[in-house]
Design a protein around this ligand. Structure first.
Ligand code: FAD
Length: 466
């Protein structure tokens, strides 16, 4: 059996379904294949957080609190210092979502725009014609189906089943995610045994351990989450270190989830002839939270315009034609994320005492009183005014003089920030044509090669951040 469509998307997760919806709305014929059964999709995670401002930008019909896919829309979070003595209130615009009901809502939207969703249908193999991808072989209910499309989109998640199966020379890096390229996340849905006893309020972060109590569907419960690179054991030991220190009231663990989320730079190119990579398959996540859902929607918005404009002009979606997606993405969000990812390697070196100082002196988060707490930096720009910069430097100097901060770690921070600036500039100069790409990659490799491994030492474990 052979099918034909304009766009074939592999993976009906949050990336594939959003991308499919944008393209179907533009009148293109879209097929999304998904290896899981319809009733199984997204079941690996229950509660998940979306950045509310990004949801609005993405244009999906707004979430309604109380509907099956939305638990809460929050504006504030709390950050606790490693000495557990100071709580800092910050603004964080989060929509608390239930993943499977959200995907079902997306599927309805997709189907109302004429897109086809094929569940229990697994990508098996690419079909090439004259060296160019022209379709895929899939398997559905033990039947082999060939689907021919003008563009294939890899939205298959961390396994990146298409990206990792193309020949190295096809134009997109084929790396698989290793243990140092992901954050291993452990989630425990906990229920407080005596809800009236003081306990961490929902959405409280203990950044030193990369651990948080997220909101849950149970008002007397929370989601105790922790994420660390290297292994699940690293995450478990970081949680153990926290629990050894924190006097929590009794609780019961009612459900556990675990998984990993990309923590590395994306491939240098997201496009090749008739091929585009998005979502976890392209390793696109917010560097400081590991959240991936809304991070990739920005790329989807850019890509859907370029794809539909070119198809409407009757053009083939060659690497040259799709290149503009790279340019527009990497010069903007890609550059900011690359810079933040590099800055983190400076910040993650700080020891516990230094984290206390940084948090208490408002050097990491913007704080304030009541409703005066500034909104988060939605566009991930460095927006420090000259006055703020001077204040920041004085606080750092004060920390050095009072031996709250070490020269060694401040030097590492400054080095990481310097490198982050260079990497950002390099990505802002992302080539507008594939012909200049090879030289750009050479320079990018040199810059990334200068990024240093950061090490965190807890009583239970030392963890490397690559
Ligand atoms: C524990 C944990 C908590 C997280 N919390 C958050 C959070 O709060 N907020 C946030 O934004 N992000 C969070 N993330 C990250 C987020 O889950 C991912 O970034 C996001 O789901 C990626 O979406 P995706 O569509 O690219 O991939 P996926 O959601 O993995 O979807 C890929 C789909 O492709 C399908 N597929 C795979 N192979 C094939 C094949 N051969 N043929 C057909 N189909 C195939 C899969 O079955 C899957 O449905 C979390 C991750 C973890 C592990």
């Amino acid at each position: 059996m052979t099918e034909k469509c304009d766009i074939l998307i592999v993976g009906a997760g949050t990336a594939g379904s959003y991308m499919g919806w944008l393209l179907a709305k533009k009148g293109l014929s879209v097929i999304i294949i998904e290896k899981d059964k319809r009733e199984q999709v997204g079941k690996r995670l229950d509660v998940i957080h979306f950045e509310s401002d990004r949801v609005e930008k993405a244009g999906i019909p707004p979430f309604q609190v109380g509907s099956p896919d939305c638990i809460e829309i929050r504006e504030h979070s709390t950050v606790v210092t490693p000495d557990l003595k100071t709580n800092i209130k910050i603004r964080a615009l989060q929509t608390i979502v239930r993943l499977t009901p959200f995907l079902y809502r997306m599927y309805k939207l997709l189907e109302s725009e004429g897109a086809e969703l094929w569940f229990s249908c697994e990508f098996k193999k690419l079909i090439f014609d004259n060296g160019q991808i022209s379709g895929v072989i899939t398997e559905k209910d033990e039947e082999s189906i060939e689907i021919r499309a003008k563009l294939i989109i890899d939205a298959s998640g961390k396994k990146a089943v298409i990206r990792t199966s193309i020949p190295e020379s096809y134009g997109i890096e084929t790396f698989e995610l290793g243990p140092n390229d992901v954050m291993y996340v452990l989630l425990q849905y906990v229920k407080w045994e005596n809800p009236d006893e003081p306990h961490p309020t929902p959405d409280t972060g203990y950044q030193w351990w990369l651990l948080w109590f997220g909101p849950s569907y149970d008002p007397n419960g929370a989601i105790l989450g922790v994420g660390q690179p290297g292994s699940f054991e690293n995450a478990r030991l970081a949680r153990e270190d926290f629990l050894n220190r924190m006097d929590l009231p009794p609780y019961e663990v009612v459900k556990k989830e675990q998984g990993s989320t990309p923590y590395r730079r994306p491939p240098y190119s997201l496009v090749a002839d008739k091929l585009l990579c998005i979502g976890d398959a392209a390793a696109i996540t917010y560097p400081f939270s590991g959240h991936g859902v809304t991070a990739t929607w920005v790329l989807c918005m850019i890509a859907s315009d370029i794809i539909s404009d070119n198809l409407n002009m009757g053009k083939e979606l060659s690497r040259d034609v799709l290149w503009e997606i790279n340019t527009k993405y990497f010069r903007n969000q890609g550059a900011k994320f690359a810079s933040l990812f590099t800055q983190l390697s400076g910040v993650l070196n700080f020891n516990e005492k230094e984290w206390n100082y940084f948090l208490k002196k408002d050097l990491i988060y913007q704080t304030g009183e009541g409703e005066d707490i500034p909104e988060p930096n939605k566009e991930y720009e460095e927006e420090m005014t000259f006055g703020e910069m001077i204040k920041f430097l004085f606080k750092i100097l004060g920390g050095l003089i009072r031996r709250q901060l070490s020269f060694k770690h401040i030097k590492r921070l400054l080095q990481a920030n310097g490198l982050a600036g260079k990497i950002k500039k390099h990505y802002e100069e992302y080539p507008d044509k594939p012909s200049n790409f090879e030289n750009w990659v050479k320079e990018a490799e040199i810059l990334w090669g200068k990024k240093k491994v950061a090490v965190k030492r807890l009583d239970t474990v030392s963890i490397e951040y690559h």
